[in-house]
Every structure is written in C-alpha cells, then in structure tokens.
Design a protein around this ligand. Structure first.
Ligand code: SF4
Length: 425
C-alpha cells in the first residue's frame, strides 16, 4: 500500500515543498485577509463563517477518532448526504467520498443524487460554487473549510476582467456591453473561462456570449467559440489556453498574453487586432512546477518510460511529453497501459499516488521529485469534514456556499453552452 501524501509530508518533511503543510490547516487559515484562495485576498463567501473557526476539539482529535466520527455521522445522515471528493484531495478525506472525480464530474454526480439535502464538496471554492449553480434550489452545498480556494481562480478577479474587456472592446471599436456580430455574422471577441474560475466570471461569460470549458473539452469549446467570434479572451489559465489553441493550429504570435497590471495587457493595439486568443496571465502553482528537465531526467534513467502531463503544465512540458490530457484522460491512459509499463505523470501528487496504488503492476510516479500537493485543496483536513458532518447531524449547516441568484442565472447560461457544445464529427 502506497503511503498517503499526508504521511509522506509528516514522515519526510525535507522532501516536501512546504513543511507547514504537515501542520493543521487551522494554523494558517486565520492569517489576516485570507480569502478562499491562497494567493490573493478574495472575498469570503460568508463573512459569518470565517476560516479558522474549526473548534479546537476537532483540531486536537486523533485521526482514528475523526475517522470513526465521520463514519458515524454519515451513517446517521444516510441518503440525505452526498460527499464529493476531488481527485487531488488527500486520502484521509477521499476514503469517505461517495464520488471521486474532477470538478465537473463531481457537479454532475451531485445531480444524480436529488434526494440528498446536503452536498459536502471536498474540493475548492469554485467547485462548490459550480455544484451550487447546478444543484436543486433546496440542496445545500458545503465547503468544509472556507479557506480552500484555488490560487489560479483568484488570478482573474471580476473587476480586472471587466476592465480588460472594456480596453479590448475599445481597441476593436465596439460597445463592451453589446458586441454585435459583423457582416460575416461573427462577434469581434467572446470570453471563454476555464471551469477553475469564480461564479462571477462564469456569469460574465454568460452575459457576453461566452462559454465555460474544462480541460477535457477545451478544444471543442474553442471550436464553438471560433464559429461565433474572430477572437477569444481566455482566462484564467494561460497554459491550458495556449496548449489547446496551439494543438488546433493557432500560431503563437496570435496568442498574446494579457497582463492585467499593464495598459492594453502589455500589448500594442496592432497585436490585439491580429490576435486569435488573448491569454490571461494566470497559471496553476502545482502544474507550473513540472519542467522539461524532469522529463529528460526520467527518460535518461529509463528510455522506455512514458510521460503524460496535464495541459495546465507550461507548453514546453506538454510538447516534450508523450501525451497530455485532463485528469480523466490521465486515468484512462494509465488504465490502458500494460503491466510492467513505467509512466511518469505531471499532475498533482495525491492523484498520482492513488493511481500508483490502483495499478501496482506498473511503475507510476510523479515527475516532480518534491512532495507538493495542491496546498489549498489540502486544507480540507478530516477535522473539518468531521465538524461539518456532526453539525449537520445536530441540525446546523456551516460553511454553505450560496451563489447569488443573479450571478447563478448568467453562470448557468455559460455552463449550458458548454454542455451543448459538441465536438466536430
Ligand atoms: S491544482 Fe491548481 S488549478 Fe487545481 S485547485 Fe489546486 S491551485 Fe487550483
């Protein structure tokens, strides 16, 4: 049995990217100004339930007791409860999940349980928002620790995107509130947001003729967008946008980077007019750690090794790998491999560890030699799960994520467009 990432960080702290991870998340949830995400001061979804509220008794409880309490609360709540666990979640939490998957698979899994009054989402903030948008109005979505955000999602906030949109539309000479199609029937530009973004940005896309994408369907979504517009503003992840558009044949010089801290995003008006895809200056701090050097070293040590990476990795890494794909595609790639195969994987360590345990007759390893989980996902410690479940048994709902109805309605438009977009035959 492969040791869990939690065990590895505790037992071998010098091999971990951040020794603070071995401490309880409550030790750093209370840092002033800390929002749902780790990188920027995002707004708290519920000012009453501040992070760091985890009662001390749950902080001090040994893991076996937390485990027993979670099981007991789950048994009491029965069909009224569904627990969702993201692929990148720690094993100590994932063992209690009714469904394990990526953010969109999990939002859909929640839809398959209409009898559940409560959805406990063991993932990060934007995932819980999406589940709230897609779930029935009478279902409550709970994020066990409100400090579990996504640093990438925080890199594109609503006001920066609104400002960028106004500047871009001004460059194209169109009204930002009403970008009408030209004689060809195409819009000058439309926004595409990765699922890893706030509900407010999904709503922005819904209002401006735009759409949401996941790492599984990004090329289908870009095809959909190019049928309707000359250009796309893609946020927050530059790497997913660049890797996807490049694979579709868009030249790199037509993919300028938009830096929200610079006028015209750091571009000339001419560059913006020539652009096909404007890439927001965002990235995933976990996937940015993968390098071409790591791939070269893996191949030097074992010329027969196969390499698969996530498309949130930088372009040179994706280009150097044998394959790139979403978490679902990585799973399928490994499931389709043969016993004895050696596979280096460029994605989050909890998922890689779990795949290694699932396929013990293959050698599956993370390309990054340092143990570095998604530090915000990692904030869902079993203590938070035990707390929110026991409070539910007592009739109290904590850490509910509720998207404002006027935001949810527009965000759903963009999500529904994604669901309706079909790959070209
Ligand atoms: S792995 Fe990256 S994109 Fe995914 S939740 Fe963590 S920080 Fe966000």
């Amino acid at each position: 049995m492969t040791a869990s990432v939690n065990d590895l960080i505790t037992l071998t702290p010098k091999d971990s990217c951040n020794t603070k991870l071995a401490a309880g998340p409550w030790d750093f949830d209370t840092v002033p100004g800390y929002g749902p995400g780790s990188s920027q001061a995002d707004r708290l979804p519920d000012p009453v339930s501040r992070p760091g509220q985890l009662p001390e008794r749950y902080q001090l409880m040994p893991e076996p007791e937390l485990h027993e309490r979670i099981l007991a609360a789950k048994a009491t709540l029965g069909e009224e409860l569904v627990i969702l666990g993201h692929f990148y979640q720690r094993d100590e939490v994932i063992q209690h999940a009714d469904f394990v998957g990526d953010s969109f698979q999990l939002a859909n899994a929640a839809l398959s349980k209409p009898e559940a009054k409560t959805i406990v989402f063991c993932g990060v903030h934007f995932m819980a928002e999406t589940a709230d948008i897609l779930s029935a109005p009478e279902q409550a979505v709970i994020l066990p620790n409100l400090a579990a955000g996504c640093s990438m999602a925080d890199m594109a906030d609503e006001s920066s995107v609104e400002t960028a949109w106004e500047e871009i539309c001004e460059t194209y000479g169109v009204d930002p509130e009403n970008t009408l199609p030209d004689a060809e029937g195409k819009l000058p530009i439309l926004p595409v947001t990765y699922m890893n973004s706030s509900a407010a940005l999904k709503a922005f896309c819904g209002r401006h003729g735009g759409i949401v994408c996941t790492s599984s369907n990004a090329s289908t979504v870009l095809e959909w967008a190019f049928e309707r517009a000359h250009r796309v503003l893609f946020f927050p992840d530059q790497h997913l946008g660049r890797n996807t558009a490049k694979a579709m044949g868009v030249p790199l010089e037509q993919m300028p980077l938009w830096n929200p801290r610079k006028a015209l995003g750091g571009n000339t008006a001419e560059q913006l007019r020539e652009a096909k895809v404007l890439l927001w200056h965002g990235f995933c701090s976990v996937h940015r750690r993968f390098t071409v050097d790591q791939i070269s070293q893996a191949r030097a040590a074992d010329p027969g090794v196969k390499i698969i990476v996530h498309p949130e990795c930088p372009m040179p890494v994706v280009d150097a790998a044998d394959a790139a794909g979403s978490t679902d595609a990585i799973q399928k790639f490994i499931a389709a491999s043969a016993p004895g195969d050696r596979i280096g994987v460029g994605t989050e360590i909890n998922m890689v560890n779990r795949l290694a345990a699932q396929f013990p007759d293959r050698t599956i390893f993370c390309l990054d030699p340092v143990i570095c989980p998604c530090s915000t996902m990692y904030r869902i410690h079993p203590g938070y799960l035990a707390w929110v479940l026991e409070e539910l048994v007592a009739g109290e709902v904590h850490n509910q994520i509720s998207v404002e109805p006027e935001v949810a309605v527009h965000a759903k438009v963009a999500l529904d467009r994604m669901l309706a977009a079909k790959p070209k035959a």
